[in-house]
Design a protein around this ligand. Sequence first.
Ligand code: GDP
Ligand code: IMO
Ligand code: MG
Length: 428
Amino acid sequence: MANVTVIGAQWGDEGKGKLVDWLSNRADVVVRFQGGHNAGHTLVVGDQTYKLSLLPSGVVQGKLSVIGNGVAVDPWHLLSEIEKIAGQGIVITPDLLVLADNACLILPLHRDLDQAREAAATKKIGTTGRGIGPAYEDKVGRRAIRVADLEDREALVAKIDRLLAHHTPLRAGLGLPPADGDALLAELEAIAPKILAYAKPAWLTLDEVAKSGRRILFEGAQGALLDVDHGTYPYVTSSNTVAGQAAAGSGLGPRSAGFVLGIVKAYTTRVGEGPFPTELFDEVGQHLGTVGREFGTVTGRARRCGWFDAALVRQSVALSGIAGVALTKLDVLDGLQTLKICTGYRLDGRDIGYLPAGLKAQAALEPVYEEMDGWSESTQGARTWKDLPAAAVKYVRRVEELIGAPVVLLSTSPERDDTILMRDPFQD
Ligand code: GDP
Ligand code: IMO
Ligand code: MG
């Protein structure tokens, strides 16, 4: 029985939360392995809508949920998210949630730095302003405070000193006053008992889960084109978002990733700055944004919208070893007379089938389109393949051909059960 690794195959917001929630029914454990509360995963179950940023989407189905070492954790946000979801009837206890004791913390000074840099920049990244980048910088710089440090006052004091020595000049350069180390220590000590209640060697929990043959569902955040190595750098997030990170970010070996399921939206969106070859500025773009309700879950920003870019997803299929995809939001294309799919690009008079690494080249790409007939029927809420109009089936088949991976799941509305299963990724 395979594990399943869910990752976004575009620029995020493909519908990962909906699919992870749906799949978690078939899993025993759900694991987040990168990113932080920059993620916004929306689950719609009956009349309830859950918006999760840090908690694995498995919590809604009562599955053991793990926040792995690869996640950057804002402890105050974690507590507020636990409180918020309790208000919706989902009670999180240490039996349900495991927080890796070696995960790094996002602190208020990281958020300050993220926001001050964005405010000062002439070329903004368009971050979520939640301190993600600066927190990962401190992790790699070996200055970070980790979950386990919360039970060690001596370590906390020394680490805060070290952090302030680094941050004070950075803050001064941006016109910010020095952070107050005593206040930070007091704030961390105040929340420490609540956070430590969930802290465990998550790798050990997962090792036991794996050895007992239970099934693990890895929940990616962001998308492959936001990966810090493989994405549209520097317009990316600060973690690895590709499937390979599931192992390093959880403490399990690379074989545990199992079936890699890429979540793919039937068109393309991006929130924040950076290249986007198939972006639309016309009424079709507006249609996608309005009908698809393309507003950021975390920041409320309008997402940029464009045609499906098969070249980009083909690249993600290769980068993450995607074995099959879940195609979402097909219903948003209902009623469009003609659909365009980008099959590759033109660059300086030549054909190119992938997104080159250079910034100048990325900005100069001209998409090459193939046109297909749209459909006037509604696919919204379709629950079987035979409910789909012939033109929609043709679109899905063409997507499969162009990206080089089969569509194993299809989503036709935000609602959990409006999902068509063609092949069970856990059975593969
Ligand atoms: P994630 O970050 O990948 O989890 O995606 P988000 O939750 O940020 O954004 C996806 C949005 O599309 C959410 O509002 C979902 O409720 C919604 N959604 C998911 N699947 C479908 C679908 O098949 N059709 C429609 N119309 N909406 C969907
Ligand atoms: P989910 O998991 C879409 C984008 C931001 C910005 C860039 C860097 O919901 O798909 P950061 O705050 O991470 O330093 O911002 O990455 N970004 C996302 N875009 N979906 C997300 O998460 C995102 N998380 C970060 O908009 O362009
Ligand atoms: Mg999202």
